[in-house]
Design a protein around this ligand. Structure first.
Ligand code: 5CA
Ligand code: ZN
Length: 408
């Protein structure tokens, strides 16, 4: 499917610092160590409603990862999916009387516009699941040939007993897994399953539901296997970062990692499993099913998209936080300050600021501290301190390249 357009990223002078990132499966911050081409997969939207600030927070976090890698001279191979066929999408289409394909297409187009406005770099491959059903079915057949699946009334399940690494990504105990599995699309209580945590790979056709022909019969893919197949096809096993929000740690990334392991023999399937925090509104996680949403498309009609980006940057990507309107007001003040400061003819030298911003971001994307450092420079610049005529342009370039914030 069509991705969205990229902006030019200015090249910065001086030395970059290797990126350290929190790896959920290691439960610690580690240094990323990509080859000349860094490979990243981030779980995309289920397009049944518009992009909310929580989604934006997640894609923004991984946009920073890509920016830091590019600054360090890596090419970035970035792949993202769109879950353009799934239960919640079909349910919403049914409720609203819109064809599910039309709903998905409309929301994906809105998402592209939101991502462009926020200056989130596009993936090289933006893949709708409906485009690759055959490839997903092939991967399921590969797993079946390895003996790790079983059939139940035409559906195909992964046999969790054949997943020796299961639990290593999340580190959760079985009680916690069972609770989250039920909450996040799993079916622990289905009669006939060998183990409650066995997960669905292929769902045989049900009346009124979309289905595709495949060697597994007519049906459609389960959720986790879609991302495993798309990552494997485009990036290969052992890619650098698998990303998403923290609601995807279990079961989504846990199951995906075991699928990748079973198919390829490679462990870990992704070197890092990295997760962004949850954004809440009125005390509850923002979610399409709850309907407590702050839409990016609505927000950007009223506010500069760069101020929206500054709201995201003001929070550490792993933090859970709550949106309140004061946050956008504060971001607008900051944006105005930075614009005035970089509009002056000369300012304080900015080489040290660049080094600090790189250093803060390389430390598990500590964007709040990076903003504080830029604020300090900007206050001095607007106060008329400094004679460096190259500094304002350097600061414009660094906010653009490293933070995705254009000040022009
Ligand atoms: N299509 C699947 C992933 S394969 C999915 O989770 N779609 S989603 O539309 O529900 O979410 C898209 C992305 O935004 C996921 O990475 C998810 O973890 C993240 N996300 C969802 N809600 C929030 C939230 N309130 N705060 C932060 N991130 C969120
Ligand atoms: Zn996914």
């Amino acid at each position: 499917m069509r991705s969205w357009s990229a902006q030019n990223v200015p090249k910065l002078p001086g030395e970059s610092i290797p990126l350290r990132l929190y790896d959920t499966s290691a439960r610690q911050v580690r240094q990323t160590d990509p080859g000349p081409t860094a490979r990243m997969y981030v779980c995309g939207i289920t397009p049944y409603d518009a992009t909310h600030l929580g989604h934006a927070n997640t894609y923004h976090a991984f946009d920073l990862v890509g920016r830091l890698w590019r600054d360090a001279g890596h090419e970035v191979h970035y792949t993202q999916n769109a879950t353009d066929v799934d239960d919640p999408l079909l349910e919403r289409a049914e409720q609203t009387g819109v064809a599910w394909q039309e709903l998905a297409e409309r929301e994906i187009e809105l998402f592209r516009g939101d991502m462009e406005a926020l200056r989130i770099m596009p993936p090289r491959e933006y893949v709708g699941v409906t485009e690759v059903v055959g490839r997903v079915a092939d991967l399921i057949s590969r797993l079946s040939a390895k003996g790790v699946t079983y059939e139940l009334d035409g559906d195909v399940y992964f046999n969790v007993a054949d997943a020796p690494k299961f639990g290593q990504v999340s580190g959760y105990d079985e009680q916690e897994m069972l609770a989250l599995f039920a909450e996040r699309g799993g079916d622990p209580d289905r009669q006939g399953k060998r183990h409650p945590l066995d997960w669905l790979l292929w769902r045989a056709e049900r009346p009124g539901e979309p289905a595709w022909d495949s060697p597994l019969g007519r049906g459609r893919p389960g959720w986790h296997i879609e991302c495993t197949a798309i990552a494997l096809d485009n990036l290969g096993a052992g890619y650098d970062v698998a990303g998403g929000g923290s609601d995807l740690i279990f079961p989504h990334h846990e199951c995906g990692a075991s699928e990748g392991h079973a198919a390829t023999g490679e462990w870990p399937f992704a070197k890092f499993y990295t997760h962004a925090g949850m954004v809440a509104l009125d005390g509850e996680k923002m979610s399409k099913s709850k309907g407590n949403l702050v839409f990016v498309s609505k927000m950007r009609r009223e506010h500069d998209p760069m101020a929206i980006r500054l709201v995201l940057l003001a929070h550490h990507y792993r933090a859970d936080w709550e949106y309140v309107p004061e946050l956008i007001a504060e971001a607008e003040r900051r944006l105005a300050l930075w614009r005035s400061a970089t509009g002056v003819a000369a300012g304080p030298p900015a080489e040290e600021l660049l080094a600090t911003v790189r250093e803060r971001l390389a430390d598990d994307l500590d964007s709040p501290s990076a903003l504080t450092a830029i604020d300090a420079w900007a206050e001095q610049a607007v106060a008329g301190d400094g004679r460096d005529t190259a500094a304002p342009a350097l600061v414009r370039d660094l906010t653009d390249a490293l933070l995705g914030v254009t000040l022009t």
